[in-house]
Design a protein around this ligand. Sequence first.
Ligand SMILES: [Zn+2]
Ligand SMILES: [Zn+2]
Length: 250
Amino acid sequence: MDMKITFLGTGVAIPQKDRVQSGVLIEYGENKVLFDCGGGILNRIFESGVLHTEIDTIVLSHLHLDHVADVMCLLKANWLCEKLDAVIYGPVGTQEWLGRLMAIYPYMKVKVNVEVREVVAGEEFELSQGCNVRCTDGIHSVPSLGYRVEHDGEVVVYSGDTEPCDSIMKLAQGADMLIHECSFPLDFPMTNHATPDMLRPYLENSDISKVYLTHLYPHMQGHEKETLEYIKEKYEGEVHIASDLMTVEL
Ligand SMILES: [Zn+2]
Ligand SMILES: [Zn+2]
């Protein structure tokens, strides 16, 4: 096994049964990297069997609450267990966002040692032990980044919140796994998010091995089978709908 992906949260800002907000844990070797940390993720980390104190690298797609609400909670839980260091990658604005929160919670500010690294589209950075990450812009109501994570020849791409678009699909070229948001069902009129009909043309003739759909609004309930069948009509790779605590090994 090279990489292990755990869907911690596959839901959105509106609560629903069995799906908390956004979060994906990627593990390689002893390393653990958390992509997004919305409400409910801290508890899902516990439920996954991973120790929250093992997570000190957080990569944020964007600053919407359903992707960041548990960041301070995770930092606090770690602090209470004497894990004080963390690195947070995120789009421009992440530093100011965290700085303002820390100003409201000064007892946190003096305890934890968080380094924020803001990244922009096209940037590449290296996480511990030879894990390379590249990011690009999605199309969303606020700046949102998608990330391509490559370790030992295995590639996982996480779309963040976005309409299906050229930049994210280019980032996903040749990926073993694409985690793409699919917020709403077929033919739902929508911008800034994905629906199956918006996504399928980009998957048709792509060289992506498998796609996991996440970030499901309650509107998607009951449309899972139709979504998978629709995409499979034109896409030859595997397609799945992610669920909380589902794990995939590459
Ligand atoms: Zn969003
Ligand atoms: Zn979202």
